[in-house]
Design a protein around this ligand. Structure first.
Ligand code: HEC
Ligand code: HEC
Length: 396
């Protein structure tokens, strides 16, 4: 299916032919020399053999034209260490993981997160585990949907999609006055002083001379390896031959009812397969007047006021509170918004308008139907992603 090349530069391959009855070839990977491993393992809980970050996608995703990202293990390992390191912030008080917790599918459980000097972020932290596969969701940096994605299939980064790659997002986040407040060149100098970074950068980039590109590139590599493919929804979809409109035999009646309602009322924006985006930006009627203009603040175009990224909904049960400002505490609140709370706005998406084309749509769902929608959203949780040791904090 996929040819694997051994990253020969990175591994010391020792072949030991045993002298037992039958010849057995044992391949042992050691990433670090003894001396290197001593320095690395003094601080980091990393194995000396290979941590495999390679990604496989299930058939039903391949059938959609998605391709697994090729991950370089040495870069992803370095990216993981950077992700959990407080050294990335000016006063060494927060790391990426301070606002993106693995057990919450890499979201935060507060509306706004605390940055390096205690100031709050202006928006709700986005879950990094809500996407099937970051690389398939964008073009900049090497998108992998077969053929160029259409504008609605492509998703860029942040609530207003102002960053076009994860490397760009990381560079903006590290240097953000509220989030990490650190200059990237200064950060490169800081990391060069650290023995384990000299080793890790050398494994990943064949040099100990750290530069900003390597820092953001390694973070991007780690984030690209965070792939959500193992939900109950995916199991059901695979068994249904990739046809999300069929009832899933592994779902309860309530979950299937919720799936049907989702396809009817939500999928035109969020997509029914949870993997390929249907709409990238929309105004979903949160307010009559937006305090945060979203995309409108970037483009200066009045037609963009109140438009925000249409997020993927994988692991949504873990990522409360919801929306760009974390205004909704529960999924029930979110469903009630779409049921009865959508506000009138000049830019309100046409899909959320009543047939008169002007007033907001009211779904008039029964309590059972609302509960079914929530039950369906709860099938999107990926237990493997939130527990996988390869994504864990490596610091001792
Ligand atoms: C102080 C909290 C905080 C820290 C630290 C932080 N983030 Fe975030 N992150 C956020 C918030 C808030 C957003 C949404 C910001 C926005 O849309 O304007 C976000 C958005 C993102 C996104 C966009 C996801 C998407 O689907 O569009 C990525 C990727 C990301 N962060 C990765 C990182 C990485 C990598 C680091 C470390 C270099 C990091 N974050 C550090 C709070 C934080
Ligand atoms: C017109 C397109 C559109 C439709 C239709 C739509 N949504 Fe959304 N949805 C959005 C946008 C845009 C956001 C982000 C808005 C914001 O934060 O300002 C969002 C946010 C959400 C969130 C919060 C995600 C998070 O990470 O905070 C959930 C959950 C959600 N929608 C579920 C639904 C459900 C359930 C339905 C159907 C009842 C639905 N959506 C219909 C566009 C849409």
């Amino acid at each position: 299916m996929k040819t694997r090349t051994l990253p020969a530069l990175l591994l010391t391959l020792s072949l030991a032919v045993s002298s037992c009855l039958e010849d057995k070839v044992e391949v042992r990977y050691t990433t670090y020399t003894d001396q290197e491993y001593e320095a690395v393992s003094a601080v980091l809980n990393l194995p000396n053999d290979r941590i495999d970050y390679s990604v496989e996608l299930p058939e039903h995703m391949i059938a959609l034209g998605m391709a697994p990202p090729e991950i370089n293990n040495a870069k992803a390992t370095l990216g993981r260490v950077l992700f959990y390191d407080n050294k990335l912030s000016r006063n060494q008080s927060v790391s990426c993981a301070s606002c993106h917790h693995q057990e919450l599918a890499f979201a935060d459980n507060k509306a706004f997160s605390e940055g390096f000097d205690g100031q709050l972020t202006l928006r709700n932290s986005l879950a990094l585990g809500s996407v099937a596969n970051f690389k398939s969701s964008y073009e900049g940096g090497g998108g992998s949907i077969t053929g160029p994605p259409t504008p609605t299939q492509r998703q860029f980064f942040f609530w207003d999609e102002r960053a076009h790659s994860i490397a760009e997002q990381s560079s903006l986040t590290i240097q953000d006055d509220i989030e990490m407040g650190m200059d990237l060149n200064e950060l490169a100098g800081r990391l060069e002083q650290v023995p384990y970074y000299r080793i890790l950068f050398n494994k990943a980039y064949n040099t100990e001379a750290v530069n900003p590109f390597m820092i953001t590139d390694a973070l991007q590599e780690f984030l690209n390896s965070i792939v959500s493919t193992r939900t109950r929804f995916d199991d059901g979809l695979a068994a249904a031959g990739g046809d999300e409109s069929r009832d899933f035999s592994s779902f309860t009646a309530k979950e299937n009812q919720g799936k049907a309602l989702f396809i009817q009322h939500c999928a035109s924006c969020h997509g029914a397969n949870m993997s390929i985006s249907r709409e990238s930006l929309a105004n979903n009627g949160l307010d009559e007047a937006y305090a945060d203009p979203g995309v409108g603040a970037i483009t200066g175009n009045p037609a963009d006021i109140g438009k925000f990224k249409v997020p993927f909904l994988r692991n949504i049960a873990l990522t409360a509170p919801y929306m760009h400002d974390g205004r909704f505490a529960t999924l029930e609140d979110v469903v009630e918004h779409y049921n009865s709370g959508v506000n009138k706005h000049q830019n309100l998406d046409h899909r959320l308008r009543a047939p008169d084309g002007d007033s907001p749509r009211r779904l008039n769902l029964s309590n059972d139907e609302k509960a079914a929608l929530v039950a369906f959203l709860e099938t999107l949780t990926d237990e493997e992603l939130v527990r996988a040791s390869r994504f864990e904090d490596p610091f001792r």
